[in-house]
Design a protein around this ligand. Structure first.
Ligand SMILES: [Zn+2]
Length: 335
């Protein structure tokens, strides 16, 4: 009898642990923005419901929580975040949701982080507002929880997904979390993640090969300072000559604008990249003064879909290398 009871308890325990909600309901997963959505749906395929919070074609900076996204988060089993202040708009909510039993994953955990320059990205001295990591810190009313009390982290660059190795790390963390939350499908999540990681490894090799083909690497000015992980991973750090918006969404001062124009006139940058999520007007002003080559790259991607992350990394690489090849050959021809 005792043996039977132990066996029965084990069954009951196993059932409780493996049931995401009542019985047959699928695991409900929320991702904050497009790259995390891509990683997550490649792991779950149809085995879970995956909602994404930040719509396609908008910046993750300065997001607001809408009533519908608040409801989606409250009904979630798992919330997948980038971490590092990127989801500043969720501050104060994640702690409460975790207390209610939602599993919250910070995919930046364990990643080798790059430094931010606090003068450029904090905006505290000028009292500016607008970037993900600057406006959180010194509000007396703010709730202190594990998601917003680490000052150190405000000096780290949050755009981690732009290095494919980091995306693979994030995929592994998401897989582990989903397998833990939904044990019935754990094996499926592992198999799907392996398949997706193979695609990411191919992507990474393609990026390295394409950049290696550019012999005459041109220097460029980025729209906002989102690409440090990409530049660091693929050997283009020396090509970054400046940034149009030190704080995402905030146009440069007349002095900063004059300095960018000077950088281009002195030949220290020959390309300026716009980003589709921000108005290109200020870049047109720079172009009118300098006739500089304008390209466009996008840190997040134009849509929210299973292939969006890989497609966008290919797009960034194509735009960067094409611009460098075009401007480089024009330079060789003496134009
Ligand atoms: Zn940014």
């Amino acid at each position: 009898m005792k043996k039977f009871f132990v066996f029965f308890s084990f069954l009951l325990l196993a059932w409780c642990q493996s049931a995401p909600q009542e019985g047959t309901q699928k695991l409900s997963v929320v991702t904050t923005f497009s790259p995390l959505y891509s990683h997550t749906v490649n792991i779950t395929k149809d085995a879970a419901t995956v909602h994404n919070l930040v719509p396609a074609g908008t910046s993750v900076h300065d997001r607001q929580v809408t009533p519908s996204s608040a409801k989606i988060m409250e009904e979630a089993d798992v919330i997948i975040t980038n971490g590092l202040w990127l989801e500043e708009f969720l501050d104060g909510r994640l702690g409460d949701l975790q207390a209610k039993g939602v599993l919250i994953i910070d995919t930046s955990e364990g990643i080798a982080l790059l430094e931010w320059d606090p003068h450029h990205h904090h905006g505290e001295e000028e009292g500016d507002h607008g970037h993900e990591e600057e406006s959180h810190g010194h509000d007396e009313e703010e709730q202190h929880n594990e998601y917003n009390d680490d000052e150190e982290m405000t000096y780290k660059d949050p755009h981690i997904w732009l290095d494919v190795s980091n995306a693979i790390h994030q995929t592994n963390l998401i897989r582990n979390a989903l397998a833990q939350a939904d044990k019935d499908n754990a094996e499926l999540y592992y198999d799907n993640a392996n398949e997706y990681i193979k695609k990411l490894e191919t992507l990474e090799n393609d990026i390295i090969e394409k950049i290696a083909l550019v012999e005459n690497k041109q220097s460029f000015i980025l729209f906002h300072d989102a690409f440090n992980y990409y530049l660091h991973a693929y050997g283009l750090e020396d090509q970054k000559a400046g940034v149009v918006q030190d704080i995402a969404g905030v146009n440069p001062s007349p002095q900063s604008l004059a300095a960018l124009v000077e950088t281009i006139r002195e030949g220290d940058a020959s390309i300026v990249f716009t980003e589709p999520q921000f108005s290109p007007q200020i870049v047109k002003t720079i172009q009118n003064e300098t006739d500089v080559f304008i390209g466009q790259i996008d840190p997040i991607g134009a849509n929210v879909s299973p292939n969006a992350y890989i497609n966008n990394m290919e797009y960034i690489t194509t735009e960067l290398t094409n611009a460098m090849l075009l401007v480089g050959s024009a330079w060789l021809l003496g134009e």
